[in-house]
Design a protein around this ligand. Structure first.
Ligand code: NAP
Length: 522
């Protein structure tokens, strides 16, 4: 299966596909056909952190949906692992409650009855060698079964888990390991994790997750760029004036204040999600859609990012931290008052960066990256602003025309619009911007896959394209580290912004210095 098989709608079911084959019978039927039961290879998924927030909110619901759609083998086992002293029944009950909550109308008691038979639970303290014997017993010898270890725990446990699964003799030559971000907190700690994991698993067995890469619209960006001849001649300096990548959240730190306060926006969001989006947007056309062909091109973008350090960091980056404010009609408290956060914290909850890519294609085209918490809107979008017409033949107010703009919206809704100038109806020749709009939900009626559905399916199937290779992670950290080092010597700390705003005024000033404005300010 290559990437484009993973993107294109299936003639069979009209759905966006998947790393896994689909079946012919009604996929929602709990009594799926025998053929459907072979849909994925048989697998044992060992889910470290199996009782945690990510597992309950995202991973188990994604697996349930895959199962419901007939895409998981009946000969699969999902083994939740954590320290809590739960029985199998208690783990199953906790999972059922989570599925009912997070799947809403998608929960079906009949499907659940069959899915729950796949679930197991083991109490394992990640660092306790003796606890792994029971895991080895449960896994037993199933030589034809794909064995996956999914580490959905804090990254400081990754090394211990790797050490202990190796010592317990449960890593087979065909085992795979899936690692949740964050992969380390800087280049050095990421290298330590990668060294430990790499000593046990070959690179082709390691699935480093950036769930943004599993998003439908991110893959649509690939389809848009490389499935159409139209855009490629325009996709360069001279045609594109500047690019914006915004991932804005309305949420604050919720129950993760302690984690977030040690992490901050640049490590939580920019090092992974925003840089991955930048790579897909800016990479050269890969020779094929094979995993390494795509990852090679992404890596070249990361390596071509102009370093930002020392005094430059203060000019080309803006950090912010939210204060109390109002989002919509709801009052929000300030970051330093959040549970788990140091009241004198200098952790940034907002970042804006002017990035530049030193290649022939992109020289002189700024890429503005922006992300933050407690912002005005929940929104992720890429905005590509083209050059203005070189000369306007129109007079008066139309002697200077706004540039064309391509907007690729990833969330909350998924659409692509191209803003063009058109004549407004009537006698006079008046020009007006209008949007050519592609609403992906409307155009393709099938249910798009959730990011984790796709990523879990791909890992079970052995497709690495949407996972990060080690050298990508390293290169991303090597670009981020000098920015953080420069911030550490800056006495001013992050600039305050009111919850519900679009971040500190300095963020608008950063882009205004080049004569531009953020999309929401236009
Ligand atoms: P969480 O809710 O705190 O869950 C952590 C899980 O690990 C629990 O099942 C916990 O169960 C288990 N655990 C903790 N210490 C352990 C130990 N010493 N030995 C064995 N198990 C242990 O965390 P989470 O939100 O699910 O996040 C998990 C990872 O995914 C983190 O690295 C996080 O940064 C990352 N992530 C999370 C999200 C998200 O939306 N939640 C999104 C992206 C990435 P016990 O306490 O019972 O052991």
């Amino acid at each position: 299966m290559n990437l484009f098989e993973a993107i294109l709608p299936s003639p069979k079911n009209g759905n966006f596909i998947t790393g896994l084959p689909t079946m012919n019978a009604d996929p929602r039927s709990p009594s799926a056909s025998a053929a459907a039961r072979q849909a994925s290879p048989a697998f044992d998924l060992v889910l470290f952190g199996g009782t945690g927030d990510l597992a309950m909110r995202k991973l188990l619901p994604a697996l349930y949906r895959r199962f419901r759609d007939g895409q998981l083998s009946r000969d699969a086992r999902i083994i939740g692992v954590a320290r809590g002293p739960l029985s199998r029944e208690e783990f199953t009950g906790k999972t059922e409650a989570a599925l009912r909550q997070y799947l809403g109308g998608d929960f079906d008691a009949g499907v659940w009855g069959e899915f729950s038979a796949l679930l197991h639970y083991l109490r394992v303290e990640a660092t306790a060698k003796e606890d792994y014997a029971a895991l080895a017993d449960l896994l037993g010898s199933r030589p034809d079964v794909v064995r996956l270890f999914f580490l959905s725990t804090a990254p400081d446990l990754f090394s211990a888990i790797c050490r202990e699964i190796a010592a317990a003799g449960i890593v087979t030559p065909s085992s795979r390991i899936m690692l949740e971000k964050p992969l380390g907190e800087d280049a050095a700690s990421a290298a330590r994790i990668n060294d430990t994991v790499g000593a046990l698993f070959s690179e082709r067995q390691i699935y480093r997750i950036d769930h943004y890469l599993g998003k439908e619209t991110v893959q649509n960006l690939l389809a848009l760029r490389f499935g159409n001849a139209l855009f490629e001649p325009l996709w360069r300096r001279g045609q594109i004036r500047h690019v914006q990548i915004t991932v804005a959240e309305q949420l604050g730190v919720e129950s993760r204040g302690d984690f977030y306060d040690r992490t901050g926006a640049i490590r939580d969001m920019v090092q992974n999600h925003l840089l991955q989006l930048l790579c897909i947007l800016a990479m050269e056309p890969p020779a094929s859609s094979a995993a390494d062909a795509v990852r090679d091109e992404k890596l070249k973008v990361l390596r071509a990012l102009r370093p930002i350090g020392d005094a430059e960091a203060l000019l080309k980056t803006v950090r912010g931290q939210y204060r109390a404010g109002v989002i919509g009609t709801t009052k929000a408290s300030g970051y330093q008052d959040e549970p788990g956060v140091d009241p004198n914290s200098r952790t940034e909850t907002f970042v804006a960066i002017k990035a530049e890519i030193d290649t022939w294609r992109w020289a002189g085209v700024p890429f503005y990256l922006r992300t933050g918490k407690r912002l005005h809107e929940h929104l992720a979008e890429l905005v590509i602003t083209f050059e203005q017409v070189p000369h306007s033949i129109f007079s008066g107010p139309f002697s200077s025309l706004p540039p064309n703009r391509l907007v690729i919206r990833l969330q909350p809704d998924e659409f692509i619009t191209l803003r063009i100038m058109a004549k407004s109806p009537g006698e006079a020749l008046r020009l007006k911007p209008v949007d050519l709009a592609l609403d992906l939900g409307e155009s393709f009626k099938g249910r798009p896959l959730e990011a984790y559905e796709r990523l879990l399916g791909d890992a079970i199937q052995g497709n690495l394209t949407l996972f990060m290779r080690r050298d990508e992670v390293d290169a991303a950290w090597h670009w981020i580290d000098p920015i953080r080092a420069a911030w550490a010597t800056d006495d001013d700390g992050p600039r305050p912004y009111a919850a519900g705003s679009w971040g500190p005024a300095a963020s608008s000033a950063l882009i205004a210095r080049d004569g531009f404005a953020w999309n929401d300010e236009q």
